[in-house]
Write a protein that binds this ligand. Structure first.
Ligand code: PAF
Length: 283
């Protein structure tokens, strides 16, 4: 596996791969790889002749400077893991390579960016995500880009951006990878220890409570959210939000119908965790 630091190096490597008749798969990341990232790389390897992974902790999407400072970084370990998955090129630029002095352009997906995570963290979070992902799509020019369902809202927003801006690529969203006890894999999990690690299971418990209530026939989203939040509080975690919305538009649906995204965010010890499930009521 080669490591590129510049846009020019990536473009040259991708040009050579295309000249050799290969398709290009792309996994954008902020590093601190876990099994979720590796499953995206494995899928990219299956589907593409040339696999590019970007590793860039994007300052523009952090609303909290202390979260940015504490974000885990270990490029050497990440490179070893990506290499073992058969990744061809790791793009690990310095911030100045992607944000030149005077950088003045922001990509905004209105509406979808303003709710749930956008409301909790500020819409600038997703503006930072869409701007960097658009730039990376332009640099790598992949045939397929891979995202995780754990960041369901991000995946929806990126899909809308790619459609609206006519990026000539497919987006594949892959299932959330979980620890054996159900905790969704996240780079931030390494900062959870002891009691906090156990309390983190409250998010999964809340989602399971909501799934059970829906399976039992409940269709009042507010009632389900309140019961699920109570389940979480019994486990020592207060949700920042617990929402049941359309999985396609992120708008409230009352009574519940169609494809429902059940999404939760909560602070647990030093980190803020998110998780979600989709419940399909279309049948
Ligand atoms: O999901 C992430 O790790 C980031 O939001 C992404 C897509 C790499 C953009 O910085």
């Amino acid at each position: 596996m080669n490591t590129a630091r510049t846009v020019a190096e990536v473009r040259a490597a991708v040009r050579a791969a295309r000249a050799a008749g290969k398709t290009v798969g792309f996994v954008p990341t902020m590093g601190a790889f876990h099994a979720g990232h590796l499953s995206l790389m494995r899928r990219a390897r299956e589907r593409s002749g040339f696999v590019v992974v970007s590793l860039f902790v994007n300052p523009a999407q952090f609303n909290d400077p202390s979260d940015l400072a504490a974000y885990p970084r270990d490029e050497r370990a990440d490179a070893a893991m990506a290499g073992a998955e058969g990744v061809d090129l790791l793009f690990a630029p310095e911030a100045a390579e992607l944000y030149a002095p005077g950088h003045a352009t922001t990509v905004i997906v209105r509406g979808l960016s303003d709710v749930l995570e956008g409301a909790a963290r500020g819409a600038a979070h997703f503006h930072g995500v869409t701007t960097i992902v658009a730039k990376l799509f332009n640099v790598v020019q992949p045939d397929v880009a891979f995202f995780g369902q754990k960041d369901a809202q991000q995946a929806l927003i990126v899909r809308r951006m790619a459609r609206d801006l006519d990026f000539p690529l497919a987006i594949e969203v892959r299932p959330t990878v979980r620890e054996a006890d159900g905790l969704a894999m996240s780079s931030r999990n390494v900062r959870l220890t002891g009691h906090d690690r156990r309390r983190a299971l409250a998010l999964r418990a809340g989602l399971t409570a909501a799934e059970r209530a829906i399976a039992a026939g409940e269709r009042d989203g507010a009632r389900i959210a309140e019961a699920a939040a109570a389940t979480m509080r019994e486990r020592g975690v207060a949700p920042e939000y617990f929402a049941l919305v359309s999985a396609d538009t992120l708008e409230p649906v009352d009574p519940l119908a169609g494809r429902i995204l059940v999404a939760v965010a909560a602070p647990v010890g030093p980190v803020r965790l998110i998780d979600n499930v989709i419940v399909d009521l279309t049948a």
